[in-house]
Design a protein around this ligand. Structure first.
Ligand code: AMP
Ligand code: AMP
Length: 357
């Protein structure tokens, strides 16, 4: 869907009656609550199974029921959103369960083209390299592996089925085990992305690029709580060897982190360069939330192993405010609210076109 068509749709909206909508999944609590904090009515597009979450926290003013996340592309459903002057806030489930938003005519906050750059490993790598970031080495094929690697798949799968390997033989035997366990498919193994494993401290940076203020903001930082990687350390090494454990990285939650202050130099510079490059690769460039996933090694060097071009779930550690968002705003501010604030300011300044694609 061309940007022109979306902006045309946006033009037909009553800007004083905008509602904020999202799929009931991933970080919808954060997004919907943030919208309410900024005075918007909210719509949760939700499967029956998850409705309990959004009802329990009372963040949705109305629900649209779906059977499957891909129903979002349904014409009638889209018309319902358009009739409500709804702006959609995308999150990880848009990547994981829908992918290409080409057939979506409802205005989206952010840049849907950059979300495609995120899901295509080659393009993502090019983006980050152009921004002069240090990335982990990658290996074209399993035969090239030499040393500890992590094996990943396309899309936002939250670490599901990732595994570590040290050589070709190890790669194939572990992938068979992962397929047997039903974590991944044979097809996914063919498209696996093999990256050098960086040992260090993992930090996920939730940034926000504001077209209204023309600045990059650090909203929150977190690290992940992963199963079973974070459980294995509780078993003594001799027993680990006996039970032949298969390591996995399926995300279960997140912890807040604050960084050693001097490390912010690398992170803030990286975020600014990522935004600069985004403007060259996908007009109008980055809008709103993005996340850099990094590892800092023992020499304080930051390696970035992933970018997400939308809100990430870990940013929820920053409700109602993270130390960083408080430093910047002096009030409670978190990603969902920051998104809604930008929409509100963009309406007031008549620059909604700049935050929508
Ligand atoms: P869920 O609604 O929990 O099924 O999550 C939707 C998608 O987002 C899945 O692909 C998850 O792997 C991913 N996801 C959910 N929570 C997180 C998180 N805290 N960190 C990273 N990915 C996540
Ligand atoms: P991702 O889906 O890329 O966010 O990665 C999921 C998890 O895998 C991360 O939270 C890390 O624990 C781990 N991870 C991914 N890539 C690397 C890497 N190159 N080096 C070390 N750990 C990694």
């Amino acid at each position: 869907m061309g940007r022109e068509k979306i902006l045309e749709m946006l033009n037909s909206y009553d800007k004083n009656k905008i509602k904020i909508a999202t799929l009931g999944s991933h970080s919808a609590l954060n997004i919907l609550r943030g919208a309410k904090d900024e005075g918007f009515e909210t719509i949760c597009i939700c499967r029956d199974n998850e409705k309990i979450i959004y009802n329990s926290f009372d963040v949705a003013d109305s629900f649209i029921s779906i059977n499957d996340f891909s129903d979002l592309l349904d014409k009638n459903l889209q018309n319902q959103l358009i009739d409500n002057n709804a702006i959609l806030i995308p999150h990880g489930s848009f990547n994981a369960y829908i992918g290409n938003l080409n057939n979506l005519v409802v205005p989206v906050f952010g840049n849907r083209e950059l979300m495609l750059w995120e899901t295509d490993r080659e393009r993502q790598r090019k983006w980050l390299l152009d921004a002069n970031l240090k990335l982990p080495e990658t290996y074209e094929k399993p035969e090239d592996i030499n040393g500890l690697v992590i094996v990943k798949y396309p899309g936002a799968k939250g670490g599901m089925g990732y595994f570590l390997a040290t050589d070709e033989e190890d790669f194939y035997s572990k992938s068979e085990k992962m397929i047997e366990k039903g974590f991944i498919s044979r097809e996914e193994i063919k498209n696996a992305h093999i990256q050098k494993y960086i040992v260090g401290a993992n930090i996920y940076f939730s940034f926000f690029y504001s077209p209204v203020f023309n600045r990059v903001e650090l909203i929150a930082t977190d690290r992940r709580y992963e199963s079973n990687a974070d459980g294995i350390g509780r078993i003594p090494a001799d027993l680990q060897l006996k039970i032949d454990l298969l390591l996995s990285y399926t995300v279960m939650g997140n912890f807040p982190v604050v960084l050693r202050e001097s490390l912010l130099v690398q992170a803030l510079n990286a975020a600014q360069r990522v935004v600069e490059v985004s403007k060259k690769i996908a007009y109008p460039g980055m809008v709103g939330p993005f996340c850099l996933e990094a590892v800092f090694d023992e020499n304080n060097v930051m390696t970035v192993f992933e970018i997400s071009a939308r809100i990430v779930a870990g940013t929820t550690v920053g409700i109602p405010a993270s130390p960083y968002s408080y430093l910047l705003f002096g009030e409670n501010m978190y990603m969902g609210r920051r998104i809604a604030r930008e929409v509100r300011l963009a309406v007031e300044k008549d620059m909604l076109d700049s935050v929508i694609y």
